[in-house]
Design a protein around this ligand. Structure first.
Ligand code: URA
Length: 442
């Protein structure tokens, strides 16, 4: 087989065989194919797309380029095995759903083997948020990961180098060849990593809107359908929930700030938008895991669990289990704020009609919440605390948000972006549905 023939066939719109796709993937991973040929192939896929069968083949081939976790024999303290269900978000601003969701569904009997990522660009990262807790470590060994899931029902770790090495190479190449925004390539990249974690069912939160990777509902739906169809073809139970990401989710954006807000949510003090999205995804996880028959039944079980206080206990137990200092975390809560702070005040009286999530996310990079390059440092005590949300009426001069940065300069560099993220008008804007669409083959 010659790479050039596979490239030419894809360029012409042909459906490639599994062997042809394997030739490209394994050739790139083992170094026998040069980057220029793999780049050309990626660009051909970008323009010509892939059939569902090709996408499933690519996902499976990428999956088996590395280690696939097997959680099958893992028993909890009651001797029960599974169900193992994970949730993946395509990335948003103020998106701390994983932190709240994992203890809630664990309290309902679902095991959550959660492998998360770091902040990149305007979106936050679960690992950076967790590491803002003094002492907390996210680089768990496989044995620790398994033991902690058995003990608390969930554990939080990062992806190891052995999980889908093909994606590491291919994603880096896509990043510099303008081939990231391709539905089959995104599907294979996300799904191969998630299936490698060992979950039997997955719930995808496909974010949609200015603060998301997918800006339009059409693109978000195409990605959600592709994830559901490909994952289902691979024998997994998959749900895709499209959720709105126009405004930052919840009341806080920032690493420690979002941990703090997560605890508030588990104490019944969460903001309505964040709780609506979180509880819906929790309910779907119960359905995907076979614990609830319908999403309504799942919602009722999650609400009962939340009211029992068990998720809060599990949240704190996980912090201690992963090395975090619970007493220090509780002492810092409400006080861990950078000394470089300022207020965002309303320029007019009226209704808040928009808080642009993308602009807040980019401003967060200036402030030190997120990073442009994987090697940039992030800071725990910086970000935003919103006192108002879209739909609220504010008086001219009233504080809409507290802003904290890593230094004075960061506050200045982000000032214009933050000011322009806020829109105020005379009329209340119609509320946007937070749960835009749900796609499942269950
Ligand atoms: N996130 C991923 O993990 N892969 C993609 O291709 C895009 C977003």
């Amino acid at each position: 087989m010659r790479a050039v023939d596979v490239i030419v066939r894809k360029r012409g719109g042909a459906e490639l065989s599994r062997e042809e796709i394997a030739f490209i993937v394994s050739g790139y991973v083992d170094g026998s194919l040069p980057e220029y040929q793999v780049s050309a192939w990626l660009m051909a896929v970008f323009f010509r797309g892939m059939t569902p069968r090709e996408t499933a083949d690519l996902t499976e081939l990428m999956l088996h380029s590395g280690k696939v976790m097997n959680l099958a024999g893992l028993r909890d303290q009651n001797g029960r095995v599974g169900p193992f269900v994970d949730k993946h978000s395509t990335g948003g601003v103020g998106d701390k759903v994983s932190l709240i969701l994992a203890p809630i569904v664990a309290a309902c009997g679902v095991k959550v083997p959660m492998m998360s990522g770091r902040a990149l660009g305007h979106t936050g990262g679960t690992l950076d948020k967790l590491e803002s807790i003094p002492g907390y470590h996210t680089g768990l060994s496989e044995a620790e990961f398994r033991d902690f899931i058995a003990a608390d029902g969930f554990a939080m770790t990062g992806q190891t180098a052995e999980i889908v090495p093909a994606d590491k190479k291919l994603y880096a190449l896509r990043d510099v060849t303008g081939t990231v925004e391709s539905i089959p390539l995104i599907t294979a990249s996300i799904l191969s990593k998630k299936v490698a974690e060992g979950s039997e069912a997955l719930v995808f939160d496909v974010k949609c809107g200015p603060g998301a990777f997918m800006k339009s509902i059409e693109d978000a739906e195409a990605l959600a359908r592709s994830l559901v169809n490909t994952g289902t073809a691979m024998g997994k139970r998959i749900v895709g929930v499209i959720t709105d990401m126009s405004e930052p989710l919840g009341a806080m954006v920032g690493n420690f700030f979002e941990i703090e807000e997560s605890l508030d949510c588990l104490e019944g003090k969460g903001s309505a938008d964040l709780m609506e999205v979180t509880m819906r995804l929790c309910a779907w996880m119960l359905v995907a895991g076979g614990i609830a028959k319908t999403v309504e039944e799942g919602l009722a079980a999650c609400q009962a669990a939340l009211a029992s206080g068990k998720p809060r206990e599990l949240f704190l137990a996980n912090i201690a289990r992963q090395g975090g200092d619970v007493q220090r975390f509780l002492a810092l809560k409400g006080k861990y704020r950078s000394k470089y702070g300022r207020k965002l005040a309303a320029k007019d009286s009226g209704y808040i009609t928009g808080i642009d999530a993308y602009k807040i996310g980019v401003a967060g990079v200036f402030l030190g919440v997120g990073r442009d390059k994987t090697t940039d440092p992030v800071y725990p005590d910086v970000g935003f605390i919103f006192r108002h949300k879209v739909g609220d009426w504010v008086k001219k001069g009233e504080v809409v948000a507290e802003v904290y940065g890593k230094d004075e300069r960061s506050l200045e560099d982000s000032r214009e972006l933050i000011e322009s993220s806020l829109s105020i008008g005379p009329a209340k804007a119609a509320a946007r549905p937070l749960i835009v669409k749900e796609i499942t083959a269950l």
